[in-house]
Each structure stands twice: as structure tokens, then as C-alpha cells.
Design a protein around this ligand. Sequence first.
Ligand code: B12
Ligand code: SF4
Length: 481
Amino acid sequence: MKLVSVRPRLYLINPVNPLVSIINVEENYWNQFRVWKPLSLLVLAGLTPPEWDVTVIDENLKLPDYAAMPRPDLVGVTAFTSQANRAYEVAAEFRARGVPVVLGGIHATMRTAEALERADAVVIGEAETVWAQVLADVRSGALKTTYTGTYANMDTVPFARHDLLPSGYRFGSIQLSRGCPLNCSFCSVSQFNGMRYRHRPVEHCVDEFRKIKEKLVLVVDDNLIGTSRQHIAHAKDLFRAMAKANLGKKWMGQVTINMADDDELLELAAAAGCFGVFIGFESPTREGLDEIGKKFNVQKGRDMRAAVGRIQRAGIMVAGSFVLGLDVDAKGIGRTIARAGIQYGVDLLNVLFMTPLPGTRLWDKMVAEDRIVANQFPDDWKYYTLTFPVANYQNLSWAEMLDEMNQSTDVFYSYWQIARRAVSSLVTSRGLFRPFVTVATNFSFKFNGRIDKRTYQGLDLARGPRSAVRRPEPATQSLIA
Ligand code: B12
Ligand code: SF4
């Protein structure tokens, strides 16, 4: 049926994960320092022609009463895998009222058939090349079931509509590049955005930064500096332009450890407003890195502690991320990871369970080996937050996985370690901002660990393997210095 409204109404919805809210402020005061704006829908809104009346809804802030809201003409729902079943509930609610629903984003792309059973249309891949067509087809009453977006030309990525969400977010967000060549086994970025870095023009980046109201910004790029000399040169140009524009923002981003190798890069990043970086160390052992395929981290002669120290001396805090539950991981890995985090000197430790997400190399391997245990889909997608065990792990039962996770939190986030980190960042930083952020985020992670422990009590451990298929002799583990 054709849409005759002159100003059709579009709702763009970011569904909440029912188990783990990204920003559970009621249960953990410190989480308010980690409240970021969802970017995909703001970009989609930027791609939407002006005749559409667009409302962006983030269920993480508050669950709306959709029935009490004006009936939209079209609903677009995004979802990471962990949000998929809530996305389907939202879709069902609107479809029951006769409103067409389009699903898009990483999960709908990787599980298109599943999404198509629950929506009128699915946008596969990046939306820049197809969204205008979807809207035109809705208007002419000729919506197709699938639209496949190709990798966007980064000159055509619109400015995100930062004005569309209410205030209340501690962090604004922005994307300056897409893609990653490293293709780690558990990650879907190389599959979804491609193995080549695509950069937005530097002047677009600077101009869009200016449009963000929040003083703190999350740069969502998967690796802001890249891995080759050419990428680093681009990053320097970008940081120079940002510093020159005097944006008055403090931002954090994701990088690889090679950032520490270039003093000029570090200085420029700090001058551009960088106060923190998130680095995927992934595993404290060489065998773990081999398993994941992140050989980049095992470069000869790399001293992780010295590298982290160099970044911190530039005034930039370092959050380290590790994966727990690799095939080479055995009992004691939780403490080993915590000790590696302490030894490297990171300001923050983020430990996640190895989780086969659809579309990754790990998913293909675990499906082939019949190791996926939480497999009642779509309902079980809610466990795919990387904070629940979902598969059959080689050397650890589910109860042991939870125990290892709790141990890593208890060791790294003991009050003594938090106090030690606060003092160390006071001594090495140029001002109070970094020490404050260190303490706030440390408490956020510490108390989220407690919430997780409670959530685990609701997990049906009997579903998981009680004892894992242990290998006769766990391989000797060589720790990365
Ligand atoms: C920023 C980010 C976060 C932020 C989210 C902030 C927020 N409020 O949204 C935070 C830190 C909170 C986060 C959390 C998690 N994240 Co995260 N995150 C990202 C990251 C780095 C960037 C996302 C982004 O903003 N991209 C920029 C936008 C513009 O791109 P996009 O989302 O792809 O959107 C485009 C298209 O997909 C499409 N599209 C998207 N939605 C829709 C909807 C419609 C209707 C249409 C038509 C099109 C469309 O159009 C957009 C323009 O082309 C991605 C990696 C990546 N490169 O995307 C990982 C990523 C999305 N995260 C991932 C994961 C696993 C998680 C966690 C589950 C675990 C974790 N890492 O801690 C949690 C979620 C916890 C929970 N409770 O559910 C995975 C998801 C994989 C999957 N299959 O689900 C990713 C892909 C990274 C990876 N390693 O694989 N994340
Ligand atoms: S985990 Fe990071 S480095 Fe590895 S493929 Fe994903 S984005 Fe790239």
C-alpha cells in the first residue's frame, strides 16, 4: 500500500538486552561514566531525507510504552546479536499494529533468514547505499524483503544526527573509519566492514566532532591508528587537524599496541584530546594469541609493560581487554589474566568470555565441532553478551568459567589494586582528569562484576557441560612479557 502522508513518521529503535543493560545506573552508580550514544541509528537518521519525521529511541535509557506513542509509518530496528530477541519482540509489537518493520545491523546481516521471519525487510551490510531506496519503496508501497548494502564510500557517510537523542549521555560517539585487516577469530568486524581500512575525509571528521554536544566522546573505530606506516601517517594528519581545530573534547578510542611505538603519534593524539585507549591484548599467552590469530600482538621484542607505560606518559589511560575460555585456557586463567593486566600496568581490565558470534571464524569452527550449547535461538541470543558461557569450552566447565571470571575481577579490582592505580595515575598524569576516570571506571567494573555474579545465579548451569572435555596435558603456556 502506498504511503500518502506528506511527513511520514519513522521510529528508529535500539533495543535493550533483557539481562545485561549496557548502562545499568540504578544498580551501579559508577556506570553513569560509561553511558554512550548508540551511533548506528544516528547515522541512519542522517541518511534519511528531510521529509521524514524521525524519532530515535534508545531502550537502554528507558523502556517506552509504544502503544501510547503516535503510530509510526515505518520502524527500523538495529541489533547486536545480544539484542536480537528483544529486537524481534519490538518488531512483533509494531507489526501487530500493521506497521512495517525493517531490521538492520550486524545480527540481521549475519542471520538474515532468522530476521526475515520476524520483519518485513532486512538491510544486509552497511546502509549508506540502500537506505534511501528502502524509504522510497515504503512510500510507493513496494518494500522488498532484502536490500544488500555494499561497503560505503566514506566520503558519502553522512554526519550522524547527534541532535536527535535526549541529553543524559555521558559520552557522544563518532565513527572516523571502518574495517580491520586483522580478522581475529572471535570478531565480526572484518567480515562485516571488510579487511581494508576506509577513512572518512579528515575535514568531515573535524566538522562532525564540532556538532557533538557532549564534552566526552567515544570514537567507535575498531582500530583508529591502523597497522601500517600509511595508516599511521593518516592518523597523524587527523590528530593534527583535530588539535588545530581546538575542539575542546576529550575522547577515547580503540587502537592496537603499536600506538606505543611512535612518540609523535602519541603526542598528537593527546593534543587532539585523546584521554584513553582500549587495547585488545586478548590473551596473556603466546598459544592463546596463536589460537585467536592475533599474531600482531606477539611481535618480537615487544615489552607490553614498557609499551603501556609510554602511552600513559603521554597522558592517555589504557584499558586492556582479554578473552577467557580459549581452547588453551585451563584452570587458573582468571588469575593469570588479572596478573597480566597488573603486570602490563593497564588502568582498566575488561575480561570477556570467548563467544561464538554468528559470522565469525569461531562460530564456523564451533558449529563444525558441535560445541554451541546455548543454541535455543532466538531466545538464547540474550546470553551472547560475552559475559555468559554459551559453548563447550575445552578445559573449563561453565561453573569453572564463572569462577575464573570472578577471580579475575576479584584480583584486578581489589580495593588495594584500585588504590594503587589511583595513586600511580595521580603521579604520572598531568592533572586530575585521568585519575578520576581511572577510579570511576574501576568501580564501575568492580560493581558490575557483582551484578554479573547475581545474574549468573539465574543461569541454568545444568544446561552447560559440568566438566569440560579436558585434554590430557594442557600445553605449556608461555606468558607474553
Ligand atoms: C561502539 C560499540 C559498542 C558500544 C555500543 C554503544 C551503543 N550504545 O550503541 C558498547 C561499548 C556499549 C558496546 C557493547 C557491546 N558490544 Co559492541 N561494538 C561497538 C562498535 C565498536 C561500533 C558500533 C558502531 O557504533 N558502529 C558505527 C555504526 C555507524 O555502524 P553499524 O552499527 O554497523 O551501523 C551501520 C550498519 O550496520 C547499518 N545498520 C545498523 N543498524 C541498522 C538498523 C537498520 C534498520 C538499518 C536499515 C541499517 C542498520 O547501518 C549503519 C550505517 O551503515 C562495534 C564494531 C563495529 N565496527 O561496528 C562493536 C560490536 C557491534 N560490538 C560487539 C559486541 C559483541 C558487544 C557486546 C555484546 C560485548 C562487548 N564488546 O562488550 C556489548 C553489548 C552488551 C549488551 N548489553 O548487549 C560486536 C557485535 C557482534 C554481534 N554479532 O553482535 C561488534 C560488531 C564488535 C565485534 N568484535 O565483533 N559496543
Ligand atoms: S578484535 Fe579488533 S583487531 Fe581483531 S579483527 Fe576485531 S577489530 Fe580487528
